[in-house]
Design a protein around this ligand. Structure first.
Ligand SMILES: Nc1ncnc2c1ncn2[C@@H]1O[C@H](COP(=O)(O)OP(=O)(O)O)[C@@H](O)[C@H]1O
Ligand SMILES: [Mg+2]
Length: 359
C-alpha cells in the first residue's frame, strides 16, 4: 500500500537523520540521497565525502545497524554508500584549501617520521582521499629520496607547481635548492620557506595535507601554527624508552602551542626474522601504546621493523609497501584509524561554521 510505504520512508529518513556525518559531526541531511520503499524491500543511499572514504565500510554498517535496530530484519533494507563531495575551504590566511592538515612529528630524529608521513599520505590516497605531502624538514629533507621524485619545481601563474608522485602533490625544499647545496636556516628564512610551501604552492583541493616535520618541535611547528590552524599532530616513536621520553616531551610542546595531538604511532616495533619467522622485540614492546592510553591519545598502530621497507625507502619505491603483506595491513589500518580519530573528534564537537554545499 502506497500510504504505508510513504510512512515507512518517513520513518527511515528519521532514523538516518540521527546519524552523524563523520566529516562534520552534523546529522545527515543532504547526504540522504535516496530512500525507496517497495512491498519487498527498502533501498537507501547515503553520501560520504572522499575525506571520510576510508571509513566507508564502517559508515555503511553504522547505517545498517541503526535501521535494523529500529525496524528489525523482516523486510530487507539495502544500504548503499556513495561518494558525495563537499568542496574544501581555504584554511587560515594562506589560501590553502584542505580539510585536514596533519603534522607528523617525533621527539627525535631517525624514528621514521618521514617514512610514516609518506606511507600515511600514500595509504590515504589509495583509500580514495585527495592527499598532499609537504616536507617541512628543511634541515634534512628526505621526502624527495623516499618518493623517488627528482628535479626542481617550476612556477605557473606565479604559483609553484608541486611534484606529483603517484597522484600525490609533493613539495620539499629539496625541489627548490640544487641537490647537495647546504642551506643555513635562520628564523626569518625558515618562516619564509614555510610561507612558500603553504601560500605559493598550487596544492589544489585537498582532503589531507600531511606534513613531515623536522626532528623535535621548535621553530617549524611554531611557524606553521602561526600561519594556519593545524588539525593536529601525529607522533611517531620507537618502543625504546628514550624515544618515548622524547615523544612525551614533544607532546607537551605541541600542546603548549595549541596543536592537538591526535595519535601515536609506534614504528620499528618488532622484527620478524625472515630466516626463522621468529619475532624479536629489538627496541622493546608496548610502552608507546600504554603511554598513549594513559595520556588519552589514540594509539594508531605499530609498524614492524622491515628490511624491505627500508630498502624501498632507499629506492624511492615506498608505494610498493602496499603490495607487501608484512606491512601493508598496518599502514592501511593506521590511515583508517586516523580518519576515525578525526571523525570521533567532530562527532563529539560538530562543526558549527557554515560549510560549502554538498555536490
Ligand atoms: N619500520 C621500519 N623498518 C625498517 N626501517 C625503517 C622503518 N622505518 C624507517 N626505517 C628506516 O629508518 C631510517 C630513518 O627513517 P626516516 O623515516 O627517515 O626517519 P626520520 O624522518 O624520523 O628521521 C630510514 O633509512 C628508513 O628507511
Ligand atoms: Mg625525516
Amino acid at each position: 500500500m502506497a500510504g504505508d510505504h510513504s510512512e515507512f520512508e518517513k520513518q527511515i529518513r528519521e532514523v538516518l537523520g540521527t546519524i552523524q556525518d563523520p566529516e562534520t559531526g552534523r546529522p545527515l541531511r543532504k547526504q540522504i540521497r535516496q530512500v525507496e520503499v517497495s512491498d519487498q524491500q527498502a533501498d537507501v543511499s547515503v553520501g560520504l565525502t572522499s575525506h571520510c572514504w576510508p571509513l566507508r565500510d564502517e559508515f555503511q554498517s553504522e547505517v545498517e545497524t541503526a535501521l535494523q535496530g529500529k525496524f528489525g530484519t523482516d523486510k530487507p533494507i539495502n544500504v548503499a554508500v556513495e561518494l558525495q563531495e563537499r568542496p574544501a575551504q581555504a584554511v587560515g590566511q594562506v589560501g590553502i584549501t584542505a580539510k585536514s592538515i596533519i603534522a607528523v612529528a617525533a621527539g627525535k630524529g631517525g624514528v621514521g617520521k618521514s617514512s610514516v608521513a609518506t606511507s600515511l599520505a600514500q595509504a590515504l590516497k589509495k583509500a580514495g582521499c585527495k592527499t598532499g605531502l609537504l616536507d617541512a624538514d628543511v634541515y634534512g629533507p628526505s621526502i624527495p629520496h623516499l618518493t623517488g621524485a627528482r628535479g626542481q619545481v617550476s612556477k605557473v601563474d606565479n604559483k609553484i607547481q608541486p611534484m606529483v608522485v603517484d597522484g600525490i602533490p609533493v613539495m620539499s625544499i629539496g625541489f627548490m635548492v640544487p641537490p647537495g647545496e647546504a642551506v643555513i636556516w635562520r628564523g626569518p628564512m625558515l618562516h619564509s620557506a614555510i610561507t612558500t610551501f603553504l601560500r605559493d604552492t598550487a596544492w589544489g583541493d585537498l582532503d589531507y595535507l600531511i606534513i613531515d616535520m623536522p626532528p623535535g618541535t621548535g621553530d617549524v611547528a611554531l611557524s606553521l601554527s602561526q600561519m594556519l590552524p593545524l588539525t593536529g599532530a601525529v607522533m611517531v616513536c620507537t618502543p625504546q624508552e628514550v624515544a618515548l621520553i622524547d615523544a612525551i616531551k614533544a607532546v607537551g610542546m605541541f600542546r603548549k602551542v595549541k596543536i592537538p595531538v591526535l595519535g601515536l604511532i609506534e614504528n620499528m616495533s618488532s622484527f620478524v626474522c625472515p630466516d626463522n619467522g621468529k619475532e624479536y622485540d629489538i627496541f622493546g614492546k608496548g610502552g608507546a601504546e600504554q603511554y598513549a592510553k594513559q595520556d588519552q591519545i589514540d594509539f594508531l598502530g605499530s609498524i614492524p621493523i622491515s628490511i624491505d621497507l627500508r630498502k624501498r625507502g632507499d629506492a624511492g619505491e615506498m608505494l610498493k609497501n602496499f603490495d607487501d603483506p608484512n606491512v601493508a595491513p598496518t599502514l592501511e589500518t593506521i590511515a583508517t584509524n586516523l580518519c576515525r580519530t578525526l571523525a570521533d573528534r567532530v562527532k563529539a564537537n560538530p562543526i558549527q561554521a557554515q560549510l560549502p554545499v554538498l555536490k
